[in-house]
Ligand binder design. Structure first.
Ligand SMILES: Cc1cc2nc3c(=O)[nH]c(=O)nc-3n(C[C@H](O)[C@H](O)[C@H](O)COP(=O)(O)O)c2cc1C
Length: 278
C-alpha cells in the first residue's frame, strides 16, 4: 500500500504564488523559483495546516485531507462584531441546572469542535474526559465521595472550606462542588505526546472555548475550580475517580441545562485596566 504523504500538491491547481511557503511558521516548505512547494522534512512540520488554509486554489492535500473537506472562508455565515460582543457579555457561569441531560449529539458536536482550540506548538496533547449525563455523573459523584471518605479514613483532615461542602454533598443537602450539573468535562493534558510546551495554557484555553461553544449551543456551563482546589489537598483523588495521574495538568467544566434565565448581561468595564504604552 502506498504510504500517505503529509503534504501533497496538485501541480495543475498550484499557482506557484508562494503563499504557503511564506506562511509556514517552521519554514519546512521549500520551492524552487517558479516551482510548486515541497516539504523535504515532514518530521519537522507542526501540522498547523496553514499551508492548506492559505492556498487560494485548494491545491494542497494535507495528511490525506483535501481542501473540499474544509470549511471555506468565503460566503459563510459569521456573527458580526456586535453579535459576538452580545454573546460575550451575556455568557454566564450557571450554578442552577435542570434535572435533565443535555442532547448528546449537540455535546458531541461541541467536543469535536474543541480540536480547533489553539495549543502551543500545535501539540493538541489534550484529552477530553467527559461524564455526559446524570447517570454517568452519579457514578462520578459517588467515586468522588468514596475517594474523600478514604482520605478521611487515612486521618487526613480537609480544610473547613472543603470539609463542609463534602458533608453537605454526602448528606444530599447541597452540591456546592458540582452545582447539580448533569455532566462534567475534564480537560487533561497528555504530556506523553511530543511538543507539549504550554500544558496549563492549552487546558485553560480549551475549557474557555468549551464554555463559549457550549453556551452558543444551549448548554450552560460553570468552571469547576473546586475540583482543582480539592486535588491540592487530596492528590490521589482524580487518579481514583477518573484514572488521571496526579501530576497531569487539568481543569474541569460543569455543564447541563440551565435552570435560570438572566435578564441581562453584566457591566464590568471598570475591570479592563488597560495600560497603553505609546
Ligand atoms: C478558573 C475558574 C474557576 C472557577 N471555579 C468555580 C467553581 O468552582 N464554582 C463556581 O460556582 N464558580 C466557579 N467559577 C466561576 C466564577 O466564579 C465566575 O466566573 C464569576 O463569578 C463571574 O461570573 P460569570 O462567569 O457569570 O461572569 C470559576 C471561574 C473560573 C474562571
Amino acid at each position: 500500500m502506498e504510504e500517505k504523504k503529509l503534504f501533497n500538491v496538485d501541480g495543475e491547481k498550484c499557482l506557484k504564488c508562494g503563499l504557503c511557503v511564506k506562511d509556514c511558521a517552521f519554514k519546512v516548505l521549500a520551492s524552487e523559483e517558479g516551482g510548486a512547494p515541497t516539504m523535504p522534512h515532514p518530521e519537522k512540520c507542526m501540522r498547523c495546516q496553514h499551508c492548506f488554509a492559505v492556498c487560494p486554489t485548494g491545491a494542497i492535500t494535507f495528511d490525506g485531507i483535501s481542501s473540499d473537506a474544509a470549511v471555506s472562508t468565503r460566503g459563510i455565515d459569521l456573527p458580526n462584531a456586535s453579535q459576538v460582543e452580545n454573546w460575550f457579555k451575556t455568557r454566564r457561569s450557571t450554578r442552577m441546572f435542570r434535572d435533565e441531560d443535555v442532547d448528546k449529539e449537540v455535546l458531541d458536536k461541541v467536543l469535536k469542535l474543541l480540536a480547533n482550540s489553539p495549543t502551543g506548538c500545535n501539540s493538541h496533547a489534550l484529552k477530553f474526559i467527559c461524564y455526559p449525563n446524570r447517570a454517568a455523573m452519579k457514578g462520578f459523584r459517588n467515586a468522588f465521595l468514596k475517594a474523600l471518605e478514604e482520605h478521611r479514613e487515612g486521618a487526613k483532615m480537609l480544610p473547613r472550606s472543603l470539609a463542609v461542602p463534602a458533608i453537605l454533598m454526602r448528606n444530599g443537602k447541597e452540591d456546592i462542588f458540582f452545582r447539580g450539573a448533569s455532566g462534567i468535562l475534564i480537560v487533561a493534558c497528555d504530556e506523553s505526546m511530543p511538543m507539549v510546551t504550554t500544558p496549563n495554557e492549552d487546558v485553560a484555553i480549551a475549557c474557555s472555548n468549551f464554555e463559549l461553544l457550549a453556551n452558543a449551543n444551549g448548554i450552560a456551563t460553570c468552571w469547576c475550580g473546586f475540583l482543582k482546589i480539592i486535588t491540592n489537598e487530596v492528590p490521589e483523588l482524580l487518579e481514583k475517580v477518573s484514572g488521571i495521574s496526579r501530576t497531569t495538568p487539568f481543569y474541569a467544566m460543569l455543564f447541563g441545562k440551565s435552570a435560570i434565565n438572566y435578564a441581562r448581561g453584566v457591566e464590568r468595564g471598570e475591570y479592563a485596566k488597560i495600560d497603553y504604552r505609546e
